[in-house]
Design a protein around this ligand. Structure first.
Ligand code: GTB
Length: 218
């Protein structure tokens, strides 16, 4: 069965592969699973048909026949479990990879995403600069600890895993800042993720969908 991924028709990221459907595309490409994409407008995302798939009216959503999931971390975990290749077989290594998935989404993503939101939604407010400073201090603290953990290793814990996949997608939200200039091993870690052929295929696919969604209606 070919799964269906629901993504933005007009992604606010301008085709830079920053919206969270990119995590699912990348995971599917890593495991070699073809997929279909349903592109939805913001309006359609809030309609009952999509709310039945995603209770918060967001993307990504994922379907395999009548089996449906939302939450990017949960979807990546499902793909990794189903196909095996994004999680180690060794039970302890497997749990550590799952732990890194949570670390990416629970420990690193919140401040990084708050910064994304502040840049978009609070740019013209009087508190923008001071808020950005607070958020960037928090991000630097997290990234500094991550750099200490990573050391000279290629990936967070042995081979590339779903934990790395999620962590790289979170850290890519910093590409438009200069924060990673101070953490060259983390910048190299992100670049290593982006250089993977599966990432490249996922990126090209989302860009093609972005261009399709941005094309004027015939
Ligand atoms: N916890 C959920 C998950 O991981 O799946 C969060 C889902 C979520 O926030 N989805 C966003 C959404 O649907 C799209 S990714 N928003 C519409 C809404 O809530 O109504 C958000 C996103 C877009 C662009 C960037 N960027 O440019 O950096 C980053 C993240």
């Amino acid at each position: 069965m070919i799964p269906i991924l629901t993504a933005f028709e007009h992604s606010p990221d301008g085709g830079r592969g920053l919206a969270r459907d990119m995590r699912i595309r990348w995971a599917l490409e890593e495991v070699g699973q073809p997929y279909h994409v349903r592109l939805l407008s913001f309006e359609a995302m809030k309609q009952p048909e999509h709310l039945a798939r995603h209770p918060f009216g967001q993307i990504p959503a994922y379907e395999e026949g009548d089996f449906a999931l939302f939450e990017s971390g949960g979807i990546v975990f499902h793909i990794a479990e189903r196909h095996g290749s994004l999680l180690p077989r060794d039970p302890h290594a497997r749990r550590r990879a799952i732990m890194w998935m949570f670390a990416a989404l629970n420990t690193v993503e919140p401040s990084v995403f708050e910064r994304v939101l502040a840049r978009i939604l609070e740019r013209d407010t009087p508190w923008h600069d001071s808020r950005l400073r607070v958020l960037e201090d928090r991000i630097r603290d997290r990234v500094g600890h991550l750099a200490r953990h990573l050391g000279d290793a290629a990936w967070l814990d042995g081979d590339f895993s779903a934990g790395d996949l999620l962590m790289v997608t979170v850290l890519r939200w910093l590409n438009s800042s200069n924060i990673l200039d101070d953490y060259p091993t983390i910048a190299a870690y992100v670049a290593r993720g982006e250089a993977r052929p599966a990432f490249q295929r996922a990126f090209a696919a989302q860009l093609a969908d972005f261009n399709k969604g941005s094309a004027p209606a015939p």
